[in-house]
Design a protein around this ligand. Structure first.
Ligand SMILES: Nc1ncnc2c1ncn2[C@@H]1O[C@H](COP(=O)(O)OP(=O)(O)OP(=O)(O)O)[C@@H](O)[C@H]1O
Ligand SMILES: [Mg+2]
Length: 361
């Protein structure tokens, strides 16, 4: 592996646009070569944070450090940062080849090395055949790939990607995700990637940082974020979920016992330190529910409203007797086939570990 990318440290960074706090006391450390995905709703401050790291915005307070040294005094072009932003602004008057070569010339690469490097990078993003075109002769996704090649060509130690694949269709998007992940890993580039796409974050990132209203809600591995979300916000923002209201009855070494509002009893693995009597909401993912034909203990009956075959899985919308809507996603085994709309099923969580308890504020 080549020399690893910088350790990036975001140290109590805040940013205000006039009175509006866009980034609110964010601290986050990314080890050299790591890939962190910033995930969060529109307007929560993701791009602002990325622009601060890049050096395009001077934060109101806090520090950015690369390998332990503050870079706040350095302009964007002296931070060794590669950037692919939402608007992929290629130089319109330059060909694709010249766009990719631009950064290498600026870095004073040897003339003879520039050509082969440009060809290599264009090949990697499947754009070699477009080298002589101008940006306006390319589609949005093609421009985005050239922007990525231009950025990677200069061997950045930190890569900042702001929705880099948003304009690509599904297959190309997947190819580029694999390619970026491979290059990032091969060169050990420290990468921070903003994305709206949860699956992209779950698939590509070592860690996911979920942001809400300028603050970090949780920073953890993709499995941790998905299986053990720290807050209801994270639970609802990443993946879909069923929310069941109830009251915490008891907690013991086996976890928590909850009585749902419709009277059903439910076990959750962890009561998160809540006291018996607390009003809670239990979050269960669609794939955390099992369906059975017969009434079993802890299952609530419901009527199937919609059947959505998703290939290897089937999604069912189910309405329980008290009118609650539940979504269940179950594996489709060859033998059992599909359940029918309007049939009655009994729905229960797969296990206590599939149930996450949150306090109702
Ligand atoms: N130059 C600016 N002046 C004033 N307010 C701004 C400026 N840039 C961003 N904002 C505000 O700061 C907040 C955060 O913006 P930001 O672009 O960081 O959001 P984001 O998380 O990237 O959203 P999106 O997912 O839609 O790209 C928003 O409410 C936005 O309106
Ligand atoms: Mg943005």
């Amino acid at each position: 592996m080549a020399a690893a990318g910088h350790d990036v440290q975001i140290d109590h960074v805040s940013h205000r646009f006039a009175d509006y706090v866009a980034v609110d006391d964010v601290s986050l450390t990314i080890d050299g070569g790591g890939l962190v995905a910033l995930l969060g709703p529109s307007g929560c401050g993701k791009s602002t944070l990325l622009r601060i790291i890049a050096g395009f915005i001077a934060q109101s307070s806090g520090r950015i450090l690369f390998d332990g040294a503050p870079v706040d005094h350095l302009p964007a072009n002296r931070r060794g940062v590669g950037i692919v932003f939402q608007n992929y602004a290629l130089f319109p008057h330059m060909t694709v080849r010249d766009n990719v070569a631009y950064g290498l010339r600026a870095q004073k690469w040897e003339r003879d090395d520039i050509g082969p490097r440009v060809e290599e990078m264009l090949r990697r993003v499947h754009m070699a055949q477009f080298a002589d075109r101008f940006p306006k002769q390319l589609s949005g996704g093609q421009q985005q790939r050239v922007a990525l090649a231009r950025c990677l060509a200069t061997d950045p130690k930190v890569l900042l990607l702001d929705e880099p694949f948003a304009a690509l269709d599904k297959n190309l998007r997947f190819d580029m995700q694999v390619e970026v992940k491979r290059l990032q890993h091969e060169y050990g580039i420290t990468t921070i990637m903003v994305t709206h796409d949860q699956e992209e974050a779950l698939a590509m990132a070592d860690r996911i940082a979920v942001m809400s209203r300028g603050r970090l809600e949780q920073v953890a591995s993709p499995t941790e974020i998905y299986d053990r979300p720290a807050t209801l916000f994270v639970n609802q923002f990443v993946g879909s979920t069923n929310l069941l209201r109830g009251e915490l009855l008891a907690q013991d070494s086996n976890g928590a016992l909850v009585r749902l509002d419709d009277g059903t009893a439910l076990r959750a693995a962890d009561s998160k330190g809540l006291m018996p009597g607390a009003k809670v909401v239990v979050a269960v993912r669609p794939e955390g529910l099992v369906l059975s034909d017969n009434a079993v203990e802890g299952a609530r009956p419901g009527r199937i409203k919609t059947v959505m075959p998703l290939g290897p899985q089937v999604a069912y919308d189910i309405e329980t007797e008290d009118g609650a809507a539940l979504k269940a996603v179950v594996a489709r085994s060859g033998a059992s086939g599909l359940r029918e709309a309007d049939s009655i099923v009994h729905v229960a969580p797969v296990s206590p570990a599939a149930c996450n308890i949150f306090a109702i504020e």
